[in-house]
Design a protein around this ligand. Sequence first.
Ligand code: PHE
Ligand code: ZN
Length: 882
Amino acid sequence: MDIVRTAATDGNPEMADAAVEPKAPSEIRREDYQPFAWLVPETRLDFELGLDCTRVRAGLTVVRNDKAAPSRTIRLNGDGLVPTSVTVDGEPTQAFAMDGDDLLLTLSGEAHEIGIETEIDPSANTQLMGLYASNGMLCTQCEAEGFRRITFFPDRPDVLSTYTVRMSGPKAQFPVLLCNGNRTGAGEDGDSHWAEWHDPWPKPCYLFALVAGDLIARSDSFTTMSGREVELNVWVREGDLERTEHAMESLKRSMRWDEEVFGREYDLDLFNIVAVSDFNMGAMENKGLNIFNTKYVLADPETATDSDYDAIEGVIGHEYFHNWSGNRITCRDWFQLSLKEGFTVLRDQLFSADMGSEPVKRIEDVRVLRGAQFPEDSGPLAHPIRPDSYREISNFYTATVYNKGAEVIRMMRTMAGEEAFRKGTDLYFERHDGEAATCEDFVTSIEDGAGLDLTRFRRWYAQAGTPKVGVSLDHDGDVARLRLTQTVPPTPGQPEKEPMPIPLKLALFDRASGKHRGEELVVLDEDSAEFAFDGFAEKPVLSINRSFSAPVQIERAVPREELVFLAARDDDPFARYEAMQDLMTGYLVATVSGDLGANEREAARADIAQAMQAVIEDEALDDLMRGELMSMPSQAYLAEQMLLADPGRIHAEREALKADLGARLAPQLHTLYDRAQEVAFSLDAEAKGARKVKTLVLAYAAASDAEKAAELAAYQYDRADNMTDRQGALMVLAGLDSGARTGRLLDFYERYRDNALVVDKWFSLQAASLHPQVVDHVKALRDHPDFTLRNPNRVRALYMAFAANPAAFHAADGEGYRLIADLILELDPINAQTAARFVPPLGRWRRIEPGRSALMHRALERIAAAPKLSRDTFEQVTRSLG
Ligand code: PHE
Ligand code: ZN
């Protein structure tokens, strides 16, 4: 390896050129994009597999890119690699230099063959990026920049190459050898065997994948719209096969749906999914070889909840849909991440809506947006869906890029209408197939295909921050006049904003008849605008931002009786949900701020209870939707409504309202429970709805009558024939100081100790519980023999659940912050990507009351002061300190 370091000073004249190449800048900026000087039409890889030592031989055909500024140097990115041999056109060469981790080669001609050998140790790879070992198998994760941990390569998404891969290894240890594309050959050689794979579709290296291990498959097949047979496999470890049926069914539904709704057909003869238990994210769309976190594959009623089932269907769809939105058309650079992620999230949302309840899915998606993205947008980490700069791209796999990105495309769809939008996406797929494209390319395609003018709309890609829309409605004569204003708050680096087109669906209800004359769409594209509606003898009731047509915050003083009216009558289920949320939010924000006298409090609570009772007793509602209408706004959402939040007060007032509702509505809630209890287990909507309302009733009961709740929850736990009921009951029990708590927690652990995903639930529900001693419980669980920092699922199960539990995380003495800071420091050297994801909760310090704020800031400073931080954590902490 010393040879390599001294190569640059060998006096070789070629080297001077390579050495002047600038060092990789620490901040990457979108405006600095330059096409790569070389094309890599073909890549050949040969892996000699071993858990502790894998040898990689890479062969790259490189050709000058005549669309780029010429350079004699080719930069091959590396990360922790040492080249054991480098050849150019078959000849060993010393004419290369290391620039940090990258390898620079000087090339004299138009086209060359580069050969590079490296050796890596997968079992030492705790970052889970590149090639790593998980449970005795080998697998890869290359997005965003993991391929450079396998071999030296231009690791950028605009370099597309076709891959031919050979891999060999001990048969007994790695009986199954998988890669992208189609298998083109296989053979044996004593105890060893090999396989050769070829992927005909040019792809960036972040979509490369390889898996080797002792796996078995559930196999099936799918006939595409043009009549091609595709072999489908879901690969798992021996004991997990029975839990793959739902994943396989979800895959087939995804394939059919993408043909029907977007006209997209699958393009290989084989589609493989592999489940691995050590994985940093949810899943990965590698061409023809999707790699999944086991959490998003394995399910049966005994071990998976209804939400697990839904999440599996959604993630399987998401990764499958990437085959077109991400793989066939990829991203030019990582600033364009939302091109594939925002669009693919929208596609998976529409898919799930079609497979289940559309309004309930919409409510869930909005809840995620408000719970995760709105806080991001109003804090120190705010960034546009197409960021302008980054230090570590892993930090930009955010709710903003994914979920707000999806909302932005959804708005285009709303403005265009479904049919015209489809013309736009058809044009996009046609125009850019096989390319590395930009967000601008996408917008232009929709503009041209759908016939929209999106000139101003493009600002949604450039400006961060959640717009605030002011709404007022006046009535005069028979005219109702709607006045709208918008402001986009300042965000880091963006003090001033331009107005953005905001599509708002609305309806005006006649108070007496409870009807409206049709939904309308208005687009607010200036700072303010006025819209007049005539023919209203009486002032109508306004329902606005129906189905959440725009990802904005509506600011409007609505009289409580109008909210009660909409909660009971609005024909848009989302708007109905919103009215219930507003009713509770309005009360809680006012009462936390101490703005309400005793009489006002009582009047508001009575109104909320009355609206809730109407929801419980409305026979036209299905239980899945009823459950949404009965859910209280989250503490995070409430905090977001206040300039400075006091998490202690928010928690206390929210619990008090829950207790009050639980007590006032006890008879209705128990009737609801008894009715739901009659529904036998199945996976249909009715039975899922019944399970959802049962656990909600337990939660209300726990706040109002702990003893009764403990009894009911223990009963539900003991007779449960599915994980949804069992986990729901245990969740409630975990928050109570009752004898039933310890026994059932122990029982749950004993029952499922061999199932890692269920043990994760066991950790989570204790860390997320309402129990006053959660901080101590988490400290104890940290020392549990089943806890490990090496498995991201386990880390998240304990600590993400904790960080998302306001009463515990925001413990007034700062213990919660300390715990998270300790975790970040300990985890950072092991798995930087996962460690950095724990910084944002601490980054909320500016929006929290002064006492806690100071403690949060101190925790961040302690992390910042650590001697050696990863680039991931360093960037998040610096931005969070502001
Ligand atoms: N591209 C993956 C997805 O959203 C997410 C991912 C990113 C997975 C980075 C692993 C690493 O589908
Ligand atoms: Zn994705």
